[in-house]
Design a binder for this molecule. Structure first.
Ligand SMILES: Nc1ncnc2c1ncn2[C@@H]1O[C@H](COP(=O)(O)OP(=O)(O)OP(=O)(O)O)[C@@H](O)[C@H]1O
Ligand SMILES: [Mg+2]
Length: 328
């Protein structure tokens, strides 16, 4: 498979300022030294507890935020084999000039606030089409309609405002707007979590279909491990700003090794379960005051002596399986 985006030692810190003199108090280390390759056309799942840095990583990869350290290499699909472009330090203007800005997009978690309530569906999509570097060859109106058809909506929705649509339809409009920019990579941040189960299933199937038809690459952020099975090929598990495990989605429920992944799997609701659900003990540590050694050692049932002293590195244990744990 061809590489599409590669993060090398990627870190992103949010500075915290005191309210009085606006002096920097401390730093939230949201993403810490991440190495990750995303391949062209894959749908990579990203899971982890709330606050572990999933959205921050997604926003850094599409250069919505500038990373504090490290590199993000973008491999233009039309120049496979040539040197990648390091986009980590490019300004927004340069990203636009190099024709990269519109290729990397994000679908936000909260679809209600993602749209201007004063704009009709037609204006929302037209605005996105304007963001393309090349304007559509056919008529603008036809292009808007084709974007709507791609997500299963039609002309009757064109003149409506966001509040005149159901939650599922609003999410479809958000997807249509993202597709209207003609991206190559979309970070999908919990795209279905605010929807009821039947609409959720429709949106997931729609996203699968779009990926297959258009060859778009996804980073799919979710809290729902069962959703991963439907839409992803590989899974990355994150804890406290770091990657703790990477594996194929079909191995997640059977071959996961990291104690944190096992804890997450144990929290999946299952009607046939005989034992009770056992959530991870304690709270996720404060990202502005990281613990020494392995970030999970304070909550890990298998923590040994080395765990609070040395930070484990991500080790390859089989062809598509990487784990960061002293005990494995
Ligand atoms: N704009 C920001 N300014 C300062 N701190 C932030 C900002 N955005 C996120 N954070 C902090 O960075 C850390 C990671 O946040 P992030 O939103 O990436 O987590 P997440 O894994 O996406 O969580 P969730 O699953 O709840 O969406 C958290 O401690 C959060 O409070
Ligand atoms: Mg988030």
């Amino acid at each position: 498979m061809n590489r599409f985006i590669q993060a090398k030692n990627l870190s992103l810190n949010y500075p915290q300022y005191s309210s009085l003199l606006r002096r920097q108090k401390n730093m939230i280390r949201a993403v810490n030294d991440i190495n990750l390759t995303i391949f062209k056309g894959e749908s990579l799942g990203l899971v982890g507890e709330s606050g572990c840095g999933k959205s921050t990583l997604g926003k850094a990869l599409i250069r919505f935020y500038q990373p504090t350290h490290g590199h993000i290499f973008y491999y233009p699909p039309e120049h496979q084999g040539s040197d990648p472009i390091d986009i980590s330090t490019l300004s927004s203007r340069h990203l636009k000039k190099k024709g990269i800005r519109h290729r990397l997009q994000m679908l936000l978690q909260d679809h209600s606030s993602a749209m201007n309530p004063r704009m009709t569906v037609m204006k929302i999509i037209a605005e996105a089409i304007h963001a393309r570097p090349q304007k559509p060859k056919g008529g603008f109106h036809d292009e808007i309609l084709s974007c709507l058809n791609q997500v299963g909506l039609n002309e009757t929705h064109l003149k409506r405002f966001p509040h005149e649509l159901s939650g599922g339809q609003r999410q479809r409009i958000c997807i249509a707007r993202t597709l209207a920019i003609q991206p190559e990579f979309i970070v999908l941040d919990e795209p279905s979590s605010a929807l009821d189960v039947s609409v959720q299933a429709q949106i997931l199937l729609l996203l699968n279909e779009i990926r297959q038809n258009l060859g778009i690459t996804y980073l799919f952020i979710t809290h729902n491990l069962l959703v991963l099975k439907l839409v992803c090929t590989r899974v990355v598990v994150m804890y406290l700003g770091k990657i703790v495990e990477i594996l194929d989605v079909q191995d997640l429920f059977t071959h996961a090794k990291h104690p944190y992944t096992l804890t997450l799997l144990h929290c999946v609701p299952d009607l046939d379960r005989k034992d009770s659900i056992d959530p991870p003990k304690g709270e996720i540590p404060n990202a502005s005051n990281l613990p020494s050694g392995c970030g999970f050692h304070q909550r890990c049932p298998y923590a040994a002596k080395a765990c609070d002293q040395y930070d484990p590195t991500l080790k390859q244990i089989s062809s598509n399986h990487w784990v960061s744990c002293h005990n494995i």
